[in-house]
Each structure stands twice: as structure tokens, then as C-alpha cells.
Design a protein around this ligand. Structure first.
Ligand code: TXE
Length: 498
């Protein structure tokens, strides 16, 4: 039986970090598994409510007393650039820790996720060094300036599918705009973020970046509902997002929610066939299919449908699934056993709905106890099929066909989600019309998975609330203050002088 080598033996990590010092959690023990072998590789000790209180208090103390919110732009830029460097200097260890708990493929972690994690700090360093303000002069002789001040202490909740790439966007933005933070990684995938926070704490003043670990319902719920938290930034599932927003709402704490997706990848006969094919595979099978922006519903124009699906299946059957550490691997294991079983349950849904299974749909037994799924594709009976409506969040593509542009638009928008849409066509009026009509936060035309960090990222409908990106993060992580001053001596109002 195949037994892959474990990427790294996790050091004995204390769980949380408050005020720059490690804290040993006081809660229960959570086992951590390596998805490629199913072996337990470590134990996480949960941080209970009092541990969370301690981390929040450390952040508040740093916010009030350390001078962090008032730091000059030059010093803050230097620190953010140092954060970028320390990630790149430790890329090997961070990548192994990321792989250990997530099962993400090492070449993708090192080639994309970690460079992005490092770049997030550079991006916000560049952003704040270009920041400008507002001033209004009025004819009555008053001048008003608008100042952006750090929001305060922010709670950052990270998911398990791409912890480093996703959490660093939140950390870098929060720090760039002068906030202090408490980060909670997913309880399934804590190691890479524990290491990251400890590395960043070598550079940052004590208490600026704190860490708590544990289950969402325990550690996470206490953190997001905490009265001393000024912002909650959450990436995760839509169901959890509703709970988090309700808890934060009771404290009137503003939130951003980056939630699930069921993105339509619309391929017209006028598209460059080979590029659309290549990108369709990338957008559903990279990151082991576990990404919110996956092109999981592939809508293909009827005249090219059979050719496209045949070509897709031929390439899908050649995908290298296996050891996430091996350079030739393209698809690794699913992040957890429970999630693997959930993904496979959609094969039964497809059967019940009358969809046609085209390939895959089962666990790869030859790969041992790891959570490996054969890349899967179905042709759905209609867009109402469960596989076209639910976020499966795995290497599972659902095909649909359409005859007209209007039919494609209507099918693409017929979903509770609205994160991303992909449009493939070399006919300009088609791409203009379709991209205008997509009810999604991002439309990628003839390109897959292309993030522009200056532009907003986030979803319509149940895919989210708020946006991440340059201006969006500036707005979210700051409070605006208007200061109004008369430019000339004030004329007395004569009030009470009659
Ligand atoms: O993640 P959860 P789940 C989607 C995907 C997946 C589904 C369920 O479809 O199948 O969500 O994933 C923390 N208060 N995405 O349930 O629960 C939790 O500890 C505060 C899309 O495993 O959303 C973790 O740190 N925090 C997605 C984080 O929330 C709470 C990424 C995300 O976990 C909490 C992941 C609570 N009450 C899943 N409950 C994306 N948008 O990319 C949980 N958490």
C-alpha cells in the first residue's frame, strides 16, 4: 500500500500567541491529520474563551500603548517589506507545513500560494506609500479634511483550503492600515499560520499580531462575538458566514465575508478552443479543486459541446493525482476525510438527479489511506441538478450545454452564489454583453484565476459581503474622521446676546 513520506514533522507548537509570547491553550485536544496518508501528525490544544480574551486584551494594549497605529508610513513600509522577506526566506519550511495539514500540492504552494502570501505584504506597503487624502474648502471659509484612522483590533478568521495565501491578505491589510489583530486559523490546518505568526512576531512590536487556535464554534465564536473587536474579516463557508455575521452584528461590528461560489465557466464556439480547455482544467482542478473561485459549472455552446467534453475528459484522465510532495503531481488529496466523503456524496446526488457520470466519482484505493479522489466530471441533466447548485469544493466538474447567449447568461446567473464568472469567446460583442450581465463580483474574460490586488475581490448574493483589495481594504480597516476648521477668525453667532 502506498505510504507517502510526511513533508515535515511539526515542532511542538504552543497553540496561541499573545503579546508576542506563546500561550498554551486551556481547551481540549484536536488531532491534526496528513491528508495524503490519513495519519495523525500532531495535536492542537484549543484556546478557550479566557485564552481568546487574553489575545484580544494584548491586541488592545498594543493598539493603545505601543505607538503602532501612529507609526510613520516610512517605518510601516519598511516593516511590511521585512514581512515579505521573512516569508521568502522561510519558504521551504512554510511550504512543508502548509502541505502537511492541507495536502496542497507542493509545486502549487511554492509556485503560487507562498509568492502570493509574500507579495500581499509588498502590495500593501506600496499601497500605503501612495495613499492620499481628501480636503474640502467651502465658501463660508471652512476647511474640512478627512482622515483615515486605524479601525482598532480586528479578528481575522482563515479557512483551511489555502491558509497562507488567504490569511496573509487579511494580516497584511490589517497591519498596513495600523490595526492590531487576532488571527484564528482553521482548526484543521493550523501549522503554517502558527509558524507565520511566530516569524512575523520577530519583526512586529509585541501584541500587534496575536494568534488563537481552536474550533470555530468555540474559539472562533468567542472571538467574532467579542465586544472589544472592531472588525471581523472572515473567509469560509456560507453557512458559517451567516453565523459569524450574526454574532458580530450583535456588537455592531462591521464584517467582510468571503464565502463560497459555484462559478460558471461559459465557453462559446467563438472561443480559442485550446486555451479555454486548458483553463477549464486549471480552474476546476488546481488547489485540489478546493477553491472558492473554481470554475465548477462548465457551460459549453452546443455546437462544440461533444468535442470539448471529449478533449476535457482525455486531459482529466491524464491528471497526475498523488503524493503532494512529488514534482509531477497535479492534484493532491482532499483536505479531510469528512470533506472527501461529502464530495463523493455528490455522485449519489448526480445519480438521483439523472445526471451522467463521465469519469471519476470514486476514491483512489491504490493510494492507501489518503483522501484521494479520482478527478470527476458529470454532464448535468439541467442547471437545477444538485451538482450545479451546491458548492462541492473538490475536483468535480459539472457540464451543461446552451444554444444562445441569453440562455448561457440566464443559466450562469441561476445560482445562490455570485463570486466569479469566466467567459471564453473571441467575439467582442459577446464578451461585452455577457460580462455586463453576470451577477458576480469578478468576470474573467479569456483568462482564468487572474487576481488584480488593486481591484475589489468578493461576491454578489451568498458569495459574500464586502470586498478585499486595495481601496476596499482601506475602507474596511479604517475609520473615517472629518475635521472641520474655519480658515479665518470666526464671526460671532450672537446667540444669546440679544
Ligand atoms: O468551513 P468553515 P467548513 C466552503 C466549502 C466548504 C464549506 C464548509 O464549500 O465545503 O464552506 O467548510 C471558522 N465563529 N468553504 O465548514 O466552517 C473555522 O474554524 C467563528 C469556502 O469546513 O466556514 C475556520 O477557521 N469562526 C471557502 C473558518 O471559520 C468560525 C473556504 C472557515 O471554516 C465559526 C472554506 C464560528 N461560529 C470553505 N465556525 C472559501 N470562501 O474559500 C467556523 N469558524
Amino acid at each position: 500500500m502506498t505510504q507517502f513520506q510526511i513533508p515535515i514533522t511539526p515542532a511542538e507548537y504552543a497553540t496561541g500567541l499573545s503579546n508576542g509570547a506563546a500561550i498554551k491553550g486551556t481547551g481540549s485536544e484536536i488531532p491534526i491529520f496528513y491528508p495524503a496518508t490519513g495519519q495523525q501528525v500532531g495535536t492542537l490544544i484549543e484556546d478557550g474563551p479566557q485564552d481568546v480574551d487574553r489575545a484580544v486584551a494584548a491586541a488592545r494594549q498594543a493598539f493603545n500603548m505601543s505607538g503602532w497605529p501612529e507609526l510613520s508610513v516610512e517605518k510601516r513600509v519598511e516593516l511590511l517589506e521585512a514581512c515579505e522577506r521573512i516569508i521568502l526566506e522561510n519558504i521551504d519550511e512554510l511550504a512543508r507545513l502548509e502541505c502537511l495539514a492541507t495536502g496542497l500540492v507542493m509545486t502549487q504552494i511554492k509556485g503560487f500560494h507562498l509568492p502570493r502570501a509574500a507579495y500581499n505584504f509588498r502590495f500593501f506597503a506600496q499601497y500605503i506609500s501612495q495613499a492620499c487624502g481628501e480636503r474640502y474648502d467651502n465658501t463660508d471659509g471652512y476647511m474640512s479634511t478627512v482622515k483615515r484612522e486605524p479601525a482598532g483590533v480586528v479578528a481575522l478568521i482563515a479557512p483551511w483550503n489555502a491558509p497562507l495565501a488567504l490569511a496573509t491578505m487579511k494580516i497584511a491589510a490589517a497591519l498596513a492600515f495600523g490595526n492590531c489583530a487576532v488571527l484564528k486559523p482553521s482548526e484543521q490546518t493550523p501549522y503554517s499560520l502558527i509558524k507565520l505568526v511566530s516569524l512575523l512576531n520577530e519583526l512586529l512590536p509585541e501584541g500587534v499580531l496575536n494568534l488563537v487556535n481552536g474550533r470555530g464554534a468555540v474559539t472562533g465564536a468567542h472571538l467574532v462575538g467579542h465586544a472589544a473587536i472592531d472588525r471581523v474579516s472572515f473567509t469560509g463557508g456560507t453557512v458559517t458566514g451567516r453565523e459569524v455575521m450574526a454574532a458580530a452584528g450583535r456588537q455592531l461590528t462591521p464584517c467582510t465575508m468571503e464565502l463560497g461560489g459555484k462559478s460558471a465557466n461559459i465557453i462559446f464556439a467563438s472561443a480559442d478552443f485550446d486555451k479555454a480547455l486548458d483553463s477549464a482544467l486549471l480552474s476546476i482542478f488546481s488547489t485540489n479543486g478546493q477553491q472558492c473561485l473554481a470554475g465548477s459549472r462548465i457551460l459549453v455552446e452546443e455546437t462544440i459541446f461533444d468535442n470539448f467534453v471529449d478533449a476535457f475528459l482525455a486531459r482529466m484522465s491524464r491528471l497526475k493525482v498523488g503524493d503532494p510532495m512529488a514534482v509531477e503531481t497535479e492534484v493532491g488529496p482532499i483536505a479531510s476525510k469528512t470533506h472527501m466523503e461529502r464530495i463523493l456524496s455528490f455522485v449519489d446526488h448526480a445519480d438521483q438527479d439523472g445526471d451522467e457520470l463521465l469519469g471519476g466519482g470514486h476514491r483512489i484505493e491504490e493510494l492507501g489511506e489518503g483522501y484521494f479522489i479520482k478527478p470527476t466530471a458529470v454532464t448535468a441533466k439541467s442547471n437545477a441538478s444538485t451538482v450545479c447548485q451546491a458548492e462541492i469544493f473538490g475536483p468535480f466538474a459539472s457540464f451543461l450545454t446552451f444554444k444562445t447567449e441569453e440562455e448561457a447568461i440566464s443559466m450562469a446567473n441561476d445560482t445562490e452564489f455570485g463570486l466569479v464568472s469566466y467567459v471564453w469567446s473571441d467575439h467582442l460583442p459577446t464578451v461585452m454583453n455577457v460580462s455586463e450581465k453576470m451577477r458576480s463580483g469578478i468576470v474573467w474574460v479569456n483568462t482564468p484565476l487572474t487576481r488584480e490586488l488593486r481591484a475589489p475581490f468578493g461576491g454578489y448574493k451568498n458569495s459574500g459581503v464586502g470586498r478585499e483589495g486595495g481601496h476596499s481594504c482601506e475602507e474596511f480597516y479604517t475609520e473615517e474622521k472629518t475635521i472641520t476648521i474655519p480658515k479665518t477668525p470666526l464671526t460671532p453667532f450672537q446667540f444669546g446676546m440679544k
